[in-house]
Design a protein around this ligand. Structure first.
Ligand code: ZN
Length: 271
């Protein structure tokens, strides 16, 4: 923990990120004209300097518990190809999970899969608040602002939250190549499921490997559903997008599918 260096008579304000740390919010193609808006909660695996390595060896900090392997390479290409504004978060989900309500136990996990996170074990309320204020809040504030500005201009906005999932979790292999994740939206998920199934070579998860809920998720309930946007999450299995050729292939496939979806939604005058 570092302080802002104010004298003792000033209001003490602890900070997590220092001048040596990069900002949590990453954006690409902010002037993109597409009706889609992409978010990527688990885009990066950076750690603030003040947290060291959270007490974990490098092999834990590079595996799926720390971030969504491969998704950054997919979402950047997809954003370029479809001219979509992307808002992503660069710090590891082990620092604070940007797709969990801050009140959830898994927001700052003490245990992830079978790995204990020593740097999160004895965390104080103040330290937890600081992680939220420096990483979680700016990311979600920015998404909220961008959606607000688009709604004010009456720009059609379809929120797609992109993730990737580990092929094996707690010893159990997952058969799906890709899954759609949703809660209340009845517009985008069925279209997306239909298009993915039509591909013919994919095992498609319908709310698999996870379903979205208000308790376990944040981005879709807060930015999609509460603001009345058409929305869906997309989860791609990590072994398919671990290298550049896989990322390129999946970005190309999803660009085609989302492009077709935009045409359908425009024809239906939904957007
Ligand atoms: Zn994720």
């Amino acid at each position: 923990m570092v302080t802002n260096g104010m004298s003792e008579t000033s209001l003490p304000l602890s900070t997590l990120l220092s001048a040596d740390d990069i900002p949590p919010v990453h954006e690409s193609n902010a002037a993109g004209r597409s009706p889609f808006l992409f978010t990527c909660d688990h885009y990066g695996r950076r750690l603030p300097k003040a947290l060291g390595d959270l007490g974990l060896p490098e092999e834990e900090l590079t595996r799926h518990i720390a971030w969504d392997i491969g998704i950054a390479g997919v979402v950047e290409r997809l954003s370029r190809e479809l001219d979509v504004h992307l808002i992503a978060q660069r710090y590891s989900r082990l620092v604070i999970d940007c797709n969990r309500p801050p009140s959830a136990v898994s927001s700052i996990p003490r245990l992830s899969e079978a790995t204990t996170i020593p740097g999160n074990e004895a965390i104080s309320r103040e330290e937890a608040d600081t992680r939220r204020r420096d990483i979680f809040d700016p990311y979600h504030r920015r998404i909220g602002e961008v959606i607000g500005a688009r709604l004010a201009e009456a720009r059609p906005t379809i929120l797609v939250s992109l993730h990737s999932f580990t092929p094996v979790y707690a010893g159990v292999a997952r058969p799906w190549h890709i899954g759609t994740l949703y809660h209340h939206d009845r517009t985008l998920p069925p279209l997306l499921l239909g298009s993915l199934r039509k591909e013919g070579d994919l095992v498609v998860g319908d709310n698999e490997p996870y379903a979205v809920s208000d308790v376990t998720d944040y981005t879709i309930p807060v930015h999609g559903e509460a603001r009345g946007l058409i929305n869906s999450g997309i989860e791609i299995r990590q072994d398919l997008i671990a290298d550049e050729s896989g990322q390129q292939q999946w970005a190309g496939r999803l660009a085609r599918i989302l492009g077709e979806m935009e045409t359908v939604l425009r024809a239906q005058r939904v957007i």
